[in-house]
Design a protein around this ligand. Sequence first.
Ligand code: ADP
Ligand code: MG
Length: 341
Amino acid sequence: MPSSDIIQLLPDSIANQIAAGEVVQRPASVVKELMENAIDAKATQVQVILREAGRTLIQVIDNGTGMSETDARMSFERHATSKIRQSEDLFRIRTMGFRGEALASIAAVAQVELRTRREENEIGTLIRIDGSDIKTQEPVACPKGTNFSIRNLFFNVPARRNFLKSNSVEMRHVLDEFQRVALANPEVGFTLHHNDTEVFNLLPVKLVKRIIDIYGKSYREQLAFCQEDTSYIKVRGYIGKPEFARKTRGEQFFFVNDRFIKHNYMHHAVISAFDGTIPEGSHPFYVLFIDIDPSHIDINIHPTKTEIKFDDERSVYAIIMAAVKKAVGVYNLSQSIDFEE
Ligand code: ADP
Ligand code: MG
């Protein structure tokens, strides 16, 4: 007798929980995804509130577009997004999100509360979800914008919960993500509170001021403006002067179309441009923005979107190197700082 077929489609809640493994590694991943959603929603003010390094609470409040009642519900579905519609859109991405995975993933492994209202609606929407189960959906009075509270991350995934490091290590990761988003969006105001202590209160400013507001006044004298425009890419940002290079890595930032990315080859281009002006093995400070037509890049390499492929890596390398060389040269020549703002 032939045995019966055994393959079944997984329920969404399980599929989401599996996908969450890729997108949500720790509290910092949730902070990144929610802050990026706030930016995509055109917020001008974003508040981040944490308890116990985000283990028990991650709250992100924005004054962006908000969502309709139906969209608020839809936002938790997997592959549900307002940011792309057709495959061609993948080559035109200017938003931080587009995969429609973050909220579904987060809701699968935490207790989520969403309050959101669009300007044109008098009343907002409140949704409570526990590990993908909708517990509440009702009208609520709330300010324009969106307010997500994520409680008890990994409450239903003990292995993940136990894998989390000490609060200070988890906070370090959160600060990294917070600072990256804050650097990429200097014209947006951000606050960060941890256990009722204000960690950051960043006012909307220009890039150079944002760098100083995050890293301290001592950076002011150490920065040189860097710019190079070609038809392929535009490079803009600040490098630290050679004497300011440090033994430890961590203050090197590339943003491609405002998205933080890690790219060893491009990092090498910067280091090469410093050519002999910094000791071997030390790391110069840099915050470089690369603007490129999205059709020339592929950001769909990894779910966290910190990797990227350019269609012409060699040109990117050469242009970044030229930009940084010029900035280092100008600094060495005049010993003065050229501020853009
Ligand atoms: P993605 O950002 O890739 O589209 P998400 O799961 O992060 O996927 O979000 C799903 C959708 O929910 C978004 O496309 C957006 O329409 C909506 N959304 C999420 N966060 C916000 C927010 N803070 N303000 C307004 N809309 C939001
Ligand atoms: Mg998103």
